[in-house]
Design a protein around this ligand. Structure first.
Ligand code: LRH
Ligand code: MN
Length: 388
């Protein structure tokens, strides 16, 4: 039987990047609600992310979104973040809000629009050099709404050419991760709709290009852990955007909608070496806290990932292999379910205390009065949201 002591080293390595935009106001097309204490600057977003890391030890870096997090002095922002004990992480490009991108960006039929989009990504690479970030994450809203609206083939070729130009400018220690999504905002076809298309495009680029898997970007009923296994097997899983959903790209707290799916995904991550010391996989949250407070929402999220990781690490793999070899169907499934039903929370609480962290970070945050302090301090100014 695998003990908690056996899994502690892997848990200590766990690091989950927090999305700066999760600390800003977000919502749906119906309404974006404000919240007292919401950040008014990238610095305040970083301070909120640092609070999550302070209480959990799980979130040593903050992912940025350009232009939402644009500043004049990147070195100063980096120093500010380091002063709070966190790094600046993945840089997310944004070619889905400018008017010119109505019919696409890197896949657009018009070379001038592709030029603008490519230049935006080259700008992101310059920012990464200043922030010390490794990953450029590209998610494209590119697609069409009606059959015949544009050439599916020509758009793929345009996309490939645009990505080649961006890839050619990557620094030695920089990577490009291409995120796929099966629909929205395009409702007939999306130019990077699935793992196969992302894999095809990044494989054509070279060894510094990978696929990003957002857990909310698959058609209902998709076996996401199978895709995780395959991308790890192919050596092209570069990063995760963790969240959960009941219906579409709901961007809810990871593990909230389907904790068992998160467990199955992390089980395949571990099997495929995704949690190993030299793993190329970057873990990140990509969520929106539309109605709940954002800092405790992020704390709950990283704890959900940690708890399901601990359960997936506790799977008795020798017993599982023996049952699988014997085609003991229920025996094999039983081994997995035993780990899933193992309540790791008491052991994790003790382990956190042993590392100088609060046993229950959610309780510690609620009792700290920090949320009330932010609401009192952050008065005036413009609360940030999904706009520059
Ligand atoms: C697109 C997406 C992408 C981000 C955005 C905030 O749905 O998942 O990763 O750029 O959300
Ligand atoms: Mn995402």
């Amino acid at each position: 039987m695998t003990s908690f002591a056996d899994i502690a080293p892997a848990l200590e390595r766990q690091a989950i990047e927090l999305p700066s935009w999760a600390f800003g106001n977000s919502g749906t097309r119906f309404k974006v609600f404000g919240t007292p204490g919401t950040p008014r600057s990238p610095e305040e977003k970083i301070a909120d992310a640092a609070k999550v890391h302070e209480l959990t030890g799980l979130a040593p870096a903050v992912a940025l979104h350009i232009p939402w997090d644009l500043v004049d002095d990147w070195a100063a922002l980096r120093a500010y973040a380091n002063g709070l004990g966190v790094e600046l992480g993945t840089v997310n490009s944004n070619t889905f809000q400018d008017d010119e991108y109505k019919f696409g960006s890197l896949a657009h039929s018009d070379a001038a629009v592709r030029r603008k989009a490519i230049d935006h990504h080259l700008r992101c690479l310059e920012i990464m050099t200043a922030t010390g970030s490794r990953d450029l994450k590209i998610w494209l809203a590119d697609g069409t709404n009606y059959p015949g609206q544009d050439s599916l083939r020509a758009r793929q070729d345009n996309l490939a050419t645009s990505l080649q130009e961006i890839y050619a400018q990557l620094g030695d220690d920089q990577r490009l991760v291409l995120e796929y999504k099966f629909f929205e905002p395009a409702f007939y076809h999306t130019d990077v709709p699935d793992w196969g298309t992302s894999f095809a495009q990044v494989s054509a680029l070279g060894p510094k290009a990978y696929t990003c898997l957002d857990t909310g970007h698959h058609a209902p009923g998709t076996n996401i852990e199978f895709i995780v296994m395959q991308l790890l097997r192919l050596g092209k899983l570069g990063s995760f955007d963790f969240n959960s959903r009941f219906y579409a790209d709901d961007d809810l707290i990871v593990g909230a909608a389907d904790p068992f799916q998160l467990f199955r995904i992390l089980f395949e991550v571990i099997n495929g070496g995704g949690l190993d010391v030299d793993s190329p996989v970057q873990f990140m949250l990509d969520q929106c806290h539309n109605v709940e407070d954002k800092i405790p929402g992020q704390i709950r999220s990283v704890l959900n990932v940690q708890e399901m990781t601990a359960r997936a690490l506790l799977v008795d793999r020798p017993a599982l292999a023996a049952a699988q070899a014997a085609h003991d169907v229920l025996g094999a499934n039983g081994v997995l379910m035993d780990a899933f039903y193992t309540d790791v929370r008491p052991a994790l609480a003790d382990w956190r205390e042993g590392r100088g962290l609060p046993a229950d970070p959610m309780k510690a945050y609620a009792e700290s009065g920090h949320q009330e302090k932010l609401a009192a301090e952050r008065v005036g100014g413009k609360q940030l949201s999904w706009s520059a």
